[in-house]
Ligand binder design. Sequence first.
Ligand code: MG
Ligand code: MG
Ligand code: MG
Length: 306
Amino acid sequence: MAVYVVGHKSPDTDSVTSAIAYAALQKAMGVDAVPAMQGEMNPETTMVLNKFGFSAPEIMTDGAGKTIVLVDHSDLAQAPDNLGEAELVGIIDHHKVGDITTNSPILFNAQPVGCTGTVLKQLYDINGIAIPKDVAGIMLCAILSDTVMFKSPTCTDADKAACEALAKIAGVSDMEALAMEMFKAKSAVNGVPAKDLVFRDYKDFDMKGKKVGIGQLELVDISLVAGIRDDLYNACKEVKADGRHTVLLMLTDIMKEGTDLMVVSDDPSIVEGAYGTKLDGQTMWIDGMMSRKKQTLPALQKAMGC
Ligand code: MG
Ligand code: MG
Ligand code: MG
C-alpha cells in the first residue's frame, strides 16, 4: 500500500512542496509514496509548482485506513481527520512537538530550523540521494517562503546554507528575484472572499481548553488590504463565533518587517497583555513581528497560562 505524505490543513508552500520532496525521496529509496495535501493550494504555492513543472498533489483529508507520513506539523488539529485509524509511520517537521502520539516507534525528525525543506535537504544528503533539479527548486521556494527570505526570526544558518546548495542544483541564480516573485503571488488579495483570506494561512490551537485561531497574510505592502479591513474583521468575527475564544489575523508587512495584528477575542486584554501593546480599533501594530510560530503563538500561550 502506498504511503501518503501529507502536510497540514490550510496548506502552505512548505507543506505542499515537502510532501512532494519527501515522496520523491521515498520513491528513490524504493518505497511507493504519494504526495498529498489537505486542501487547495494558495496562490504562492500554485506559482511555485507551475514554475518548476509540478502538478498539484491529490487532496487527502481523511486518514482512516491509510499509511501516512506527516510533514510540516505534528498537531492533531492540523492533521488529516481520523488519524487514529491511520498507520502513522513518520513525521518530518520544524515546529514545536505537537500532541500526536503513536503506539509503535516511527521515524520522527523535527529540527529547530526555519523550514521542513531544510530538514529534507539533510535527509536527501544522509541517504546519499541526489536531489532532482525540479525538486530542489520547490524546496528552495519553501525555505524562502517560510523564512520570508531569511528575515524571519525562525531562520537559521542551516536554512541559508540549504538555500545556497539548492539554488545551485536548481539553477537559480537570483534567489531574491525568485522570492519577490513568490511574495507578489502570495500578496494577491483582490477578489478573494475575506473568509478565504483568513483561512489562507491559518492554524487552530488548543490553549487550556480554549480554541484559538491564528491566521496570517504576508503582504509586500500592508496597504494592499486597506480597502478590505472591515471585511476581514467581520470574517474573523464569523470564525470566532464558531466555538473559538480568540481569532487573530496577522497582517504582516514583509518589507516593513512588522505585523498589524487584528484581534477578535472574548478577552482582548489578554491579547494586549501578551504583546504589551494596546489595540487601536481592530488592530495593533507590532514592530518586528513576522513569525506566528516563534512570536505570536508563544507569547499568547504564555498569557493564556499554557
Ligand atoms: Mg507550514
Ligand atoms: Mg514550514
Ligand atoms: Mg508560514
